[in-house]
Design a binder for this molecule. Structure first.
Ligand code: ADP
Ligand code: MG
Ligand code: ZN
Length: 484
């Protein structure tokens, strides 16, 4: 049996968070909530004789992404007409870029689950305008909303260096994270502001050839990306095993059937009749402007991760999880500046807070909407550190904080959860436990030391978990000694 190696290149389309569209003054509106066809004008409706004007903010955002992806920004870039017909494309062509894109030859380093990193090269990133949105109805008719037509779109194209669905996921997450940090895209795939296409082929392991690929669209989440990629790898391998040929096709991911379905035979560049957009000048990007943009860029995930490790002493795993979503990193940093110990805060966020959010199917980036504020998390940690409550009680207090937003001190007070510090009372509980379990005491004294855990457990239970474990341990040791 031939062993196959996947060859994957990703195309990422990101809508840029500008106020107005790419070539006209129409506002960019939320395409899932704004009434259809309300944010339109003669330019984005493709009326004859109107002229496009380039949105400078969109160019600035695109340069920011280009720099963050370590690309070269050529002195000149140029828009080009990409001609095709579809009802959501009123002009009959899309203004895109072709042979002179805005950014070229970049790379990103992705973190893989096994702790290694891999560099994926970015071939190019170019600016274009988004198309409208069509909704196909069950009666066979289709609805067109042109609010999205003309929204600035950045297409980022990787080299075919991705070798598994897992790497594709890490690459997509990294790009998404970088754009969130830059504030140029929310990363909300469910709203379609970030869209992925996977180009997939397989070849015999060890071969260097590039075989025929399929291009998979309709990937509405990162999970769809990994499933669709795995599906295509498997499907194409089977085709070759049977002696068949993979067809160059554009495929769609069918979320219900969990399979890829052919949509059309893939067109080649010459089908689009690209030619330079005659209504727009060649765009010259001054080196001064690039440096100005670079100077204004925020700290990016890689730099933040490095700082979390080197200055705050986090493990590289914890650091990579915390920086992946910008709101999570912000939450963590707020807690640390409120006095929380970095590693303790990291463990509470990644452990308990993510667990509570997961239960409600909340994405990690929704951490800024939960009721537990960073300062309250720090207050909870302080209650553990000063011995008022133990870890187990703290976990249940956190749950109440999550549900109600109440302050931890208040919850501990209202529910009478503070640990018992009265040693007489603790000694009574220890003695009662020893009296109730004479056999275990006997065995412990005879040398079965591991029974100490059982005895501590009995005391803790009788105290409703409100005893400081280290004090219980000390008293228990004394009492056992006196019986030996
Ligand atoms: P197009 O513009 O027609 O989609 P490109 O040559 O720009 O074609 O490539 C698009 C994407 O396909 C890139 O991400 C590239 O890395 C990837 N790609 C190219 N050849 C292959 C291949 N044989 N297998 C998998 N991916 C490929
Ligand atoms: Mg393509
Ligand atoms: Zn318009």
């Amino acid at each position: 049996m031939t062993e196959y190696e996947p060859v994957i290149g990703l195309e990422v389309h990101a809508e840029l968070l500008t106020e107005s569209k790419m070539f006209c003054g129409c506002p960019v509106v939320d395409s899932t909530s704004a009434p259809p066809n309300t944010a339109v004008c003669p330019v984005c409706l493709g009326m004859p004789g109107v002229l496009p004007v380039i949105n400078q903010k969109a160019v600035e955002f695109a340069i920011m992404v280009g720099l963050a992806l370590n690309c070269e920004i050529p002195e000149e870039n140029q828009f080009a007409r990409k001609s095709y017909f579809y009802p959501d494309l009123p002009k009959g062509y899309q203004i895109s870029q072709y042979d002179l894109p805005l950014a070229v030859n970049g790379h990103v380093d992705i973190d893989l689950p096994d702790g290694s990193t891999k560099r994926i090269h970015v071939r190019r990133a170019h600016l274009e305008e988004d198309t409208g949105k069509s909704t196909h109805m069950s009666d066979g008719s289709s609805l067109i909303d042109l609010n999205r037509a003309g929204v600035p779109l950045l297409e980022i194209v990787s080299e075919p260096e991705i070798r598994s669905a897992e790497e594709a996921e890490a690459y997509a997450r990294k790009l998404r994270s970088i754009m969130q940090y830059l504030g140029v895209n929310t990363g909300d795939m469910s709203k379609g502001v970030l869209r992925l296409e996977a180009n997939v082929s397989v070849r015999p392991k060890g071969s260097a050839e590039l075989r025929t690929r399929t291009e998979v669209k309709n990937l509405n989440s990162i999970r769809s990306l990994t499933r669709a990629t795995d599906y295509e790898i498997e499907r194409q391998s089977k085709v070759y095993d049977k002696g068949g040929q993979v067809l160059q096709q554009t495929m769609g991911w069918d979320e219900n059937k969990q399979k890829t379905v052919p949509q059309r035979s893939k067109e080649s560049a010459h089908d689009y009749r690209y030619f330079p957009e005659p209504d727009l000048p060649v765009l010259k990007i001054s080196r001064e402007w690039i440096e100005e943009i670079r100077a204004g860029m925020p700290e990016l995930p890689d730099a933040k991760q490095k700082r979390f490790i080197e200055e705050l002493g986090l493990s590289s795993y914890n650091a990579s999880v915390l920086v992946a979503d910008r709101p999570v990193a912000q939450y963590f940093e707020e807690a640390v500046s409120a006095g929380g110990d970095p590693t303790t805060v990291a463990n509470w966020v990644i452990g308990e807070i993510f667990r509570l959010m997961n239960k409600d199917s909340l994405e990690r980036e929704a951490i800024n909407t939960i009721k537990i504020r960073p300062t309250q998390l720090v207050a909870l940690i302080q209650l553990i550190e000063n011995g008022t409550i133990n870890n187990n009680v703290a976990k249940s207090v956190l749950e109440v904080m999550y549900e109600s937003g109440a302050a931890p001190e208040q919850i501990v007070k209202d529910r009478n959860l503070a640990l018992v510090s009265d040693t007489d009372q603790l000694r009574e509980a220890v003695i009662a436990a020893l009296n109730n379990h004479p056999k275990e005491v006997e065995r412990y004294i005879a040398g079965e030391e591991k029974l100490i855990g059982f005895l501590i457990g009995q005391v803790m239970r009788s105290m409703g978990n409100k005893a400081p474990a280290h004090v219980v341990k000390e008293i228990l040791a004394e009492e056992l000694k006196s019986r030996a």
